[in-house]
Write a protein that binds this ligand. Structure first.
Ligand SMILES: [Mg+2]
Length: 199
């Protein structure tokens, strides 16, 4: 079990831990929720179980609060404690200039977005030097630059090993005293295990 000095690891849901599809993807879904076919990312249970031994865990998604609570209940084993499970009501709705710039043009008004702002986590007493946030969408975490790790998005493909890579990387960070002092862009190339294997 993680101890009180462990880092807090905040995980996104959609396209990070699961994929919710309005249609079935050629194979049965892991479960259905609110009319969606929910596909868990491969190795999800192993990932959560291993992480829970070294990190405090929390879920934060910009989806609706009731969806987030139900998904968390279904995918996180009951034996794993969560610090919090937050949905859209904890996000900050504002103009997202990063998404606007990435699109290169366009409809100004379509770039309002629900962002995760870690100041809200700090208010609950967490030291932001000891908080990591994992999100497949950099734009949603753009204000958390020094705390964020961006995995590839998961869109339901049956073969995907991103969570194993991420776990290997997180294991390297688990005893860090200040996550913000560590460069996390290009994190795949910073996994020692993979370097040793020449991958
Ligand atoms: Mg996402």
């Amino acid at each position: 079990m993680s101890d009180k000095d462990s880092l807090l690891l905040i995980l996104d849901l959609d396209e990070t831990l699961i994929h919710a599809s309005s249609t079935e993807l050629g194979r049965p879904a892991d479960f259905m929720l609110f009319g969606y076919y929910i596909y868990q990312r491969p190795y999800l249970k192993e990932f959560l179980t291993s992480c829970s031994q070294y990190f405090k865990l929390a879920i934060w998604s910009s989806a609706s609060d009731d969806y987030v609570v139900e998904v968390a209940k279904r995918i996180v084993p009951a034996s794993i404690p969560l610090e919090f499970v937050w949905g859209r009501s904890r996000c900050t709705y504002c103009f997202n200039n990063l998404a606007f710039e990435e699109s290169g043009h366009a409809n100004y008004h379509s770039h309002y977005d629900y962002l995760k702002v870690l100041k809200k986590v700090r208010r609950y007493g967490y030291d932001l030097n000891k908080v990591l946030i994992v999100d497949d969408t950099p734009a949603k975490s753009k204000r958390n630059y020094g705390n964020a790790i961006y995995p590839e998005e998961y869109t339901g493909q049956p073969h995907d090993s991103e969570l194993l890579l991420l776990l290997a990387y997180l294991m390297q960070l688990k005893d860090t005293t200040n996550v913000r002092s560590i460069e996390k862009r290009d994190w795949r190339n910073r996994i020692d295990l993979l370097k040793e294997r020449g991958m």
